[in-house]
Design a protein around this ligand. Structure first.
Ligand code: SF4
Ligand code: MG
Length: 323
């Protein structure tokens, strides 16, 4: 199938003592093989929860309560933990977590840690695993001698490359990268982004890139999803979304970030704060902060309207199409 990942009306809620947090609330999209999708939104917009949902790793008290996730034709939402481990994680989808450097164990060499993934999941012998470790390190632009080093002997950028090599160990179709460059300096950030771009191209790898930083998405992603309050506000080809944003939230974000630089969370100047997802505003969730809101917005929730080729916006102003 062309569509490697199909997410249909996904709902992932957290059942907290203080109420139900609707972290992801009716999200649908598809991802093609080799496609790089960037997902942006403020903290609490649901982007990380969406990633955990795809991996079957929603932490308690959260769970998927509605919708479906299909990966390469398999319905992963109906799988047991054991099945997810056997068929999906690492093999189909792997993740480069936020602050991924801390994933590495300090007491083992980098090579041994990657070998372990290969030995556990592939049952390969030590020698074969070592050869594969060298290939993996080289594929992320590291010298094979790095295999004998301990994590503390490596720079931040080298560690992030090791984590990416690990994520690639079992040749997944999709890598989810959650803030993969946040802790790195600007030069190293650019190198890691170029590496991801190269991998997507060379290995026909699909990448879901989650970030606060729209400049990262502009550089890397062909498709962008802007999330607000657990829902998709706008979705489409990066070119279209960045040059002709249709949703007032996207417009505000882009206006607030000249040249797309800087993390979204620093933008206190979109007045107001993100919605409380235990008790979201009725109608359009953005209406209390929206400069263009009108009476209908607080009563009825806008669906995603088609505003261009593959371009969608959840705003009543787009009911008749885009501008
Ligand atoms: Fe603003 Fe209304 Fe559009 Fe929501 S639906 S983004 S409140 S104009
Ligand atoms: Mg996050």
């Amino acid at each position: 199938a062309q569509e490697l990942l199909v997410v249909e009306d996904l709902k992932t809620y957290f059942y907290t003592l203080r109420g139900i947090v609707k972290a992801v609330d009716g999200v649908s999209f598809t991802l093609r093989r080799g496609e790089v999708l960037g997902i942006a939104g403020e903290s609490g917009s649901g982007k990380s929860t969406l990633a955990w949902s795809i991996l079957g790793l929603v932490p308690p008290p959260g769970r998927i309560v509605g919708g479906r996730i299909m990966i390469d034709g398999m319905d992963v939402t109906s799988m047991s933990e054991a099945e997810l481990r056997r068929k999906v994680r690492w093999k189909k989808v792997s993740m480069v977590f936020q602050g991924a450097m801390n994933v590495l164990t300090p007491v083992y060499t980098v090579g041994r840690q990657i070998e372990e993934v290969l030995q556990i999941h592939r049952g390969v012998g030590r020698h074969e695993a070592r050869q594969r470790v060298y290939e993996l390190l080289e594929s992320v632009g590291l010298h094979r001698s790095i295999a004998d080093r301990y994590p503390h002997e490596l720079s931040g950028g080298q560690k992030q490359r090791v984590v990416i090599a690990m994520a690639l160990a079992l040749e997944p179709d999709i890598v989810i990268a959650d803030e993969p460059t946040t802790a790195l300096d600007v030069v190293v950030q650019a190198q890691i982004l170029n590496l991801l771009k190269k991998l997507a191209w060379e290995k026909n790898l699909s990448i879901i890139l989650i970030t606060h930083d729209l400049s990262v998405i502009a550089e890397l992603a062909e498709t962008v999803m802007i999330m607000y309050g657990g829902k998709i506000a706008e979705y489409g080809p990066s070119d279209a979304v960045f040059t002709k944003p249709q949703h007032p939230y996207t417009q505000a974000l882009l206006k607030a970030i000249p040249k797309l630089r800087g993390p979204i969370d620093r933008l206190a100047y979109i007045p107001g704060s993100p919605p409380d997802l235990r008790n979201p505003p009725p109608g359009c969730r953005f209406h209390p902060r929206c400069p263009k809101a009108f009476d209908r917005c607080s009563r009825e929730e806008p669906p995603l309207f088609r505003v261009g080729d593959g371009h969608l916006s959840a705003c009543w102003l787009n009911e008749g199409g885009g501008e």
